[in-house]
Design a protein around this ligand. Structure first.
Ligand SMILES: [Ca+2]
Length: 212
């Protein structure tokens, strides 16, 4: 309904107000906090009134629909993780042996590498699955090794990757990235592009990468 483009570099088409039919119901999601009445912000109050008026009118008839399961996968962090068959560090290097630490489910074990950014990690899922979110867990306490900018790619055959489906700078601890145009695939590529701090940092460490 209302979209924004985040910046001229990534040009992602993001939803500010999104509507959908879910089962027998109708859903409207607002990225602007208008759920509660506000007294001190005239602009938010005006937007809230306009949205509520729209939702109470016949004009609120979403054309697109999603299943309750798809909705839960997008918003609920407790959806079960997808099973990963294997992970590989492209180009090998000094971290080939520790790369499986990002899929062992243990936040205390980490992938660590020091050959220099970018690092490319290729994942093969156990089954063809729709990927909605990728959750990154930084290594605890490793401030200089924490990862900054990442990109996520999807592929059906493990060789054609196309454009990234998610691109973001990770936070200090746990970061969840939504996937644009989620689709069922067998292969996922994660590119670690830069350290969170410092431009010249080479070392990289990540505790976990989990797909939902
Ligand atoms: Ca781990």
């Amino acid at each position: 309904m209302v979209g924004v483009v985040d910046d001229w570099f990534t040009c992602r088409n993001l939803g500010l107000l999104v509507e959908a039919k879910v089962g027998e119901g109708k859903l409207l999601v607002s990225a602007v906090p208008i759920a509660d009445p506000v007294s001190d912000n005239m602009v938010l109050g005006q937007l809230r009134d306009a949205v509520l008026k729209y939702m109470n009118s016949d004009a609120f008839a979403p054309k697109d629909s999603m299943t309750p399961k798809e909705l839960l996968s997008m918003v609920c962090p407790d959806t079960p993780p997808l099973e990963v068959k294997k992970v590989e560090l492209k180009g090998g290097g000094d971290a080939s042996s520790s790369v499986s630490n990002v899929i062992d489910g243990n936040p205390d074990t980490a992938f660590a590498a020091s050959t220099g950014y970018p690092y490319v990690l290729d994942f093969e899922l156990a089954n063809v699955s729709k990927v909605f979110r990728v959750v990154f867990l930084q290594k605890r306490g490793a401030s200089r090794e924490k990862v900054g900018m990442v990109e996520v790619y999807l592929s059906s055959d493990g060789s054609q990757w196309g454009e990234p489906v998610a691109r973001s700078v990770l936070g200090e601890n746990r970061s969840g990235l939504g996937i644009e145009n989620a689709r069922a695939v067998k292969f996922i590529r994660v590119k670690l592009l830069s350290p969170l701090r410092g431009k010249r940092g080479k070392s990289s460490a990540l505790a976990e990468i989990v797909f939902h």
